[in-house]
Design a binder for this molecule. Structure first.
Ligand SMILES: *Cc1c(COP(=O)(O)O)cnc(C)c1O
Length: 473
């Protein structure tokens, strides 16, 4: 057919909107459907001008409009099912909040609050006051301050306590943490001068002593997070560093990374110091994340000596890094749970996931296997596998968490194609590909997600309901 003839035969906008698939949508959201219809017709005009020789049937055009409408009305940020087994997955938003924390954030979001209002004396209040008491009680520190994230907490602490002067740190602790947070660069940004001591694998107290001078402002200890030097190694202990700080009259600061507030040794989780243990040993300033092992909202928590926290609270950066009401509400509710460690372990999803036992995980995997095998039939081989989950978030890097997963071996698709199809379902599902298997680790599945996951697998293996697939046919 000739180009001109094809263009002439493209249906008009009104004609398309009469299509039965579009009539209801058009009534519900007319302006949006109109815009998308025009765009789809424009695109086809362009395709014809570029040499396309056939016209889509009106029904196909309607489907294309529907697909684009679906994609346009869906949020970009949306829930996904985490079957990776990484409990604190930074790319998947780290900690899942407890029901109490979620509820508190919703309340704070939808109503006026006493965020900065003292209800007793009717005057301006302090937004941090809602959590300082709890942080003092739980960590044993004299005072506390909360900013946007731990990177911000470190920047603020160094800027307030050591700007224009020197900060001593061991070479073994000059680490980069995921997301390009590099200790030397943050130190440079804060205006303190980095004095590195010791070697990559061994640092002694005398190395710190020899580096002391009139310009020294701070002794800094950094948790190496997801990095470990093993073998022939030596780091100065917290107690030794605190003793040196006291002896020469300098504050000691520790960037702890994860904020571990409850001892889970009886659950086999070892090797991560608690915040209160570091405070008790006399560290003057401790910083940690709200959304790592603490299991709360994204935040940077600073606890420590009253005079030092006061200096930080007055620093202009504090205003720039301040946390919002939803974060404070969720953080307060999360911290409340820690008053009773057993309650914290059960209610805070991060701790609950970390302390699931292997037999319980196996039971859950078996249940999921039955469910999934039932709906998939001959479309895939569904198995059971003993696997290993990770804490993630730079915490417990060497701790192997024995777990169980369900394996999927698709009959028709390749396993990477299946993984891609699962990322396009609604909600998207993320698993782990290992050789020709897709592994779905049950440790990170939340209550009720099993059914959703089974539906997503059917969708993905069927080529799915096209509505959920990106791009036009
Ligand atoms: C994770 C981490 C940070 C950064 O914390 P965010 O809350 O992600 O900003 C800083 N220091 C250490 C040691 C960490 O593990």
């Amino acid at each position: 057919m000739e180009q001109k003839e094809l263009l002439r035969q493209l249906p008009a906008v009104d004609q398309l909107l009469q299509q039965s698939r579009l009539r209801d949508l058009s009534q519900a959201d007319h302006q949006m459907i109109l815009t998308i219809t025009r765009r789809v017709l424009d695109d086809w005009r362009q395709r014809i001008k570029n040499g396309a020789t056939t016209l889509p049937a009106p029904d196909q055009l309607a489907r294309e409009i529907e697909t684009r409408y679906g994609a346009a009305s869906r949020s970009s940020l949306r829930p996904v099912i985490n079957a990776t087994g990484v409990v604190l997955h930074t790319n998947l938003g780290r900690a899942v909040l407890s029901p109490a924390a979620r509820e508190a954030a919703v309340q704070a979001a939808g109503r006026y609050t006493n965020l900065e209002f003292d209800l007793e004396n009717g005057q301006r209040g302090n937004r941090y006051s809602h959590v300082t008491g709890l942080l003092q009680e739980l960590t044993g520190a004299e005072d506390a301050l909360v900013v946007n994230n731990n990177a911000a907490a470190v920047l603020l602490a160094l800027s307030s306590l050591a700007r224009g002067r020197e900060t001593i740190i061991s070479r073994g602790q000059l680490v980069e943490i995921g997301g390009s947070f590099r200790i030397p660069e943050v130190m440079a940004q804060s205006g303190t001068r980095l004095v590195e001591v010791g070697t990559t694998n061994k640092t002694y107290l005398r190395d710190y002593e020899q580096a002391l001078g009139p310009e020294t402002a701070l002794l800094l200890k950094v948790h190496p997070s997801n990095y470990r030097i093993q073998g022939f190694t030596r780091e100065v202990t917290t107690a030794e560093l605190v003793e040196l700080g006291r002896r020469v009259g300098l504050p000691v600061m520790e960037d702890l990374g994860s904020g571990f507030l409850c001892d889970l040794e009886s659950h086999g989780i070892t090797g991560e110091p608690t915040v209160q243990a570091e405070v008790e040993q006399g560290v003057d300033v401790v910083t940690f994340s709200g959304d790592k092992l603490l299991g709360g909202p994204q935040a940077g928590i600073i606890v420590g000596r009253r005079d030092l926290v006061a200096v930080m609270a007055r620093h202009p950066l504090t205003r720039a890094l301040r946390v919002d009401k939803m974060t404070l509400a969720a953080l307060e509710a999360t911290l409340q749970a820690y008053r009773n460690p057993d309650r914290a372990r059960q209610e805070i999803p991060t701790l609950a996931a970390l302390t699931l036992t292997a037999p319980e995980l196996r039971r859950r995997a078996e249940q999921l296997q039955v469910l999934v095998a039932g709906v998939l039939g001959t479309r895939a081989r569904v198995g059971l596998i003993a696997t290993t989950s990770q804490a993630g978030g730079g915490a417990l890097p060497l701790t192997e968490l024995p777990s169980w997963g369900v394996t999927i071996q698709p009959a028709q698709l390749g396993v990477t194609e299946l993984a891609l199809a699962l990322r396009r379902t609604d909600p998207p599902v993320l698993g782990r590909v290992q050789e020709d298997l897709l592994i779905l680790d049950v440790r990170t599945l939340l209550p009720g997600e099993g059914e959703e996951l089974a539906r997503a697998l059917v969708q993905a293996l069927e080529g799915g309901d096209k509505r959920y697939f990106q791009g036009s046919p």
